[in-house]
Write a new protein. Structure first.
Lengths: 283, 446
């Protein structure tokens, strides 16, 4: 009887395991293997060379990695700054469940269209002859159109925030509504000020939510290339766009090496976040 | 047993929704690439129907891959009507097109690509050398593609880079080696080509544009753009750099490492000075940059210029004193084709040179590989405007019926001989291609 139970467990996990092996582990291994191959200008051949990795540790690629970190840190910081108040407001200031759901749906409205369309729609808005510049010119705030609104780092960060902030709002909101309101009442009864309640009770209990949101943002932004390319007018680069360029010129081994390093770096950040916060508590 | 409350359920649902949305985002970043490459004509590569019968050419479906510029529905419909079999077109970016041609030979029957791609594609052995004896109009081809001698003394005869004449023929039926002289085995059968140059908005540029050097003119700081396709962008950059007198090349079409280092350095300096507004990869991006006035001077492709004009905006595409950068596109056949499908593919090649297609593309500003044949399908005033550089006797319409030039206007750059004859370099794949791509990435990343 007991063996049947054990067998049952194994049978249940088999499909998922196979899917993982076939569609995650196998491709990853392939990428890893190819990253040591050789490339001669138009074709790759099996080899065991480190040249593809060495090429990454050159100023250009290091600059590309730094640029990717820069976008990640800025987007993460701003997303947190925007998402926390929104989630806090939804969790603590809206008491009616129907309103809570309604406002939440409001937050997700941008997600009703594809993310490419959401991104591209910024272009006519931010352009030199775009709505924003026209308004500023007409109000006399600026004398000449502002160039840095579009095809700049500013545009990249703006579009990414628009695309990804919700991924921070949801987990934070989730952790905030789970906080036992009695804890807050107890803290207030013990004479804590509003700020102290936030610092000592609410913030620590919402950290797992922040951690989950951060994982979302970090993984999304680290792998970005479309937003970076479109919103910077092709002028900024990220590791993703460098990989994309290399694939475009058939340099699969070099692209694979970059992918491996990017994966390791991203995993390291995610592991760092998981070690710092106990996310399981949240799930 | 966990207790489900309504509130709990909703929260879990929302969290799950976020995960789904996150996954959705990851997927749609992949899709963006196909969006960039004009998806309109893209069709599925479905398996052939179970009733597929190899005895009837009307049941044949030929799968094309090509760049967005020539994957036009009107062309497909006309070819299907005239030939009686089906065509499936997939529009891709230049990079993806080469990539699929080399790595996924099972994905296509017909490769619609550029001559400069051939040094990359031919060694893969995926393209079948074409028997020129089966091409009925082969002797009507413009000599640019065969002997390389357009007319005596034409600069194009000595042009640098991956000129079509250098990669047009193979040494034998099973060869992957390029022949120096015309042979009976061709790589691609050409159908469109042009002389590319700078395009600008005359309403926003208030000085005369006559040199590639003006791409680096500080008056246009932040208002110029170049292509982010290494093999093409590097040639535009070389033209601008050479014209500015910043450096000289022994052969622009085949630069040395030192020359590539120097070019990259100059480009990075220009980029840091804010000279460029954007880099573009697909032709519609260049149209949008120009039409929205984000960019007022850039290297352009002819159909992009007609597209800007069709929106009612002035756009000039002028001759420059240094000459033009040329490119040529043609059709190659996959080695997988056999029997009736191969016959059908040769039929398509012959149809392509019959003239209708050349006339259709001619109204976008491309030249036909067999101009005499295309002339039959064009009105006299159209031929005079596009090929002879004469004044338009009537309004000039593009193939879709939009007006692109007034009565009395002339084609920028003049006649076919003046334009194609002055091509001094071609889109290029160099011996140092890997290094070129690496340096180009440095420039984009800088």
């Amino acid at each position: 009887m007991k063996t049947w139970k054990q067998l049952q467990t194994y049978l249940l996990v088999t499909p998922q395991t196979l899917v993982f092996l076939l569609f995650l582990l196998f491709p990853l291994l392939t990428i890893f293997v190819v990253s040591f191959w050789e490339f001669n200008g138009y074709a790759m051949s099996p080899a065991l060379i480190l040249g593809n990795y060495k090429a990454i540790f050159t100023p250009v690629y290091l600059a590309t990695y730094l640029n990717t970190f820069k976008f990640t840190v800025i987007v993460w910081g701003l997303a947190l700054a925007i998402a926390y108040p929104v989630a806090y407001f939804l969790a603590f200031h809206i008491h009616d469940l129907r309103w809570q759901i309604g406002l939440f749906v409001l937050c997700t409205i941008p997600f009703f269209t594809s993310n490419i369309i959401r991104m591209i729609s910024w272009i006519p808005f931010l352009g030199r002859e775009g709505i924003l510049n026209q308004v500023l010119l007409n109000l006399g705030i600026v004398q000449a159109p502002v160039d840095i609104f579009l095809y700049s780092d500013f545009a990249v960060v703006l579009a990414m925030l628009h695309l990804y902030t919700l991924f921070m709002v949801v987990p934070i909101f989730n952790s905030l509504v789970r906080i036992d309101r009695d804890l807050i009442a107890a803290a207030l009864d013990s004479g804590a000020s509003g700020l102290q309640v936030f610092k000592e009770v609410v913030l620590p209990l919402s950290l797992p939510g922040i951690a989950i949101g951060s994982i979302f943002i970090v993984t999304l932004v680290m792998g970005e290339f479309t937003t970076v390319r479109l919103m910077s007018g092709g002028q900024a680069s990220s590791v993703g766009s460098a990989i994309r360029n290399q694939i475009g010129s058939l340099q699969y081994p070099q692209a694979s090496a970059n992918a491996v390093i990017l994966l390791l770096v991203t995993l390291a950040i995610v592991v760092g976040i998981m070690r710092t916060f106990d996310i399981r508590k949240e799930l | 047993m966990a207790k489900f409350t309504r509130r709990n359920l909703i929260q879990t649902g929302l969290a799950a929704g976020a995960v789904l949305a996150a996954k959705g985002c990851a997927n749609s970043t992949d899709q963006s690439e196909s969006t960039e490459a004009t998806t309109e004509t893209t069709t599925e590569d479905g398996p052939k129907s179970p009733e597929f019968n190899a005895n009837h050419s009307k049941d044949v479906t030929l799968r094309f891959i090509g760049t967005g510029v020539s994957q036009i529905n009107e062309i497909r419909e006309k070819a299907e009507e005239d030939l009686g079999f089906k065509l499936e077109m997939r529009a891709l970016s230049t990079d993806d097109n080469n990539q699929i041609a080399i790595t996924q030979p099972g994905q296509y029957d017909i490769f619609d690509g550029e001559y400069f791609s051939l040094p990359l594609v031919i060694p893969s052995g995926n393209l079948r050398p074409l028997d020129v004896k089966r091409i009925r109009q082969f002797d009507k081809l413009v000599p640019i593609f065969t002997t390389g001698n357009l007319y005596d003394g034409a600069p194009v005869n000595e042009s640098q880079g991956t000129a079509p004449r250098k990669v047009m023929f193979l040494t034998g039926e099973d060869s992957t080696e390029f022949a120096d002289e015309p042979t009976d085995w061709a790589t691609l059968i050409p159908f469109q080509y042009n002389a590319d140059t700078l395009g600008w908005r005359p309403d926003l540029v208030d000085k005369e544009i006559n040199s590639w050097a003006q791409l680096f003119d500080s008056d246009f700081q932040g208002k110029t753009a170049i292509l982010d396709i290494p093999s093409i962008g590097i040639m535009d950059a070389a033209m601008a750099i050479e014209a500015s007198g910043l450096m000289t090349f022994s052969d622009k079409g085949n630069m040395t490492r030192e020359e590539l280092d120097q070019v990259t350095e100059i480009l990075i300096e220009q980029k840091r000075n804010g000279q460029f507004r954007a880099f573009w990869k697909t032709f519609d991006e260049s149209v949008n940059l120009m039409a929205s006035s984000e960019v007022i001077l850039q290297s352009m492709w002819s159909p992009a210029v007609t597209a800007v004009r069709a929106r009612g905006l002035p756009c000039q595409y002028g001759p420059l004193k240094e000459g033009y950068r040329g490119w040529g596109g043609g059709i190659g056949l996959s080695r997988n084709l056999s029997d009736i499908e191969l016959d059908a593919a040769y039929e398509y090649l012959n149809w392509m040179l019959d003239g209708w297609l050349g006339a259709f593309l001619g109204r976008q500003g491309y030249y036909s590989a067999a101009p005499e044949n295309s002339k039959k399908f064009m009105e006299d005033y159209e031929w005079a405007y596009w090929y002879e550089g004469a004044e338009a006797a009537e309004e000039i319409l593009d193939p879709f019926g939009e007006k692109i030039a007034e009565k009395g206007s002339k084609r920028d750059g003049g006649s076919f001989e003046e334009r194609m004859g002055n091509v001094i370099c071609w889109n290029s794949v160099m011996d140092e291609q890997t290094y070129l791509v690496q340096k180009w990435n440095e420039f984009v990343a800088a």
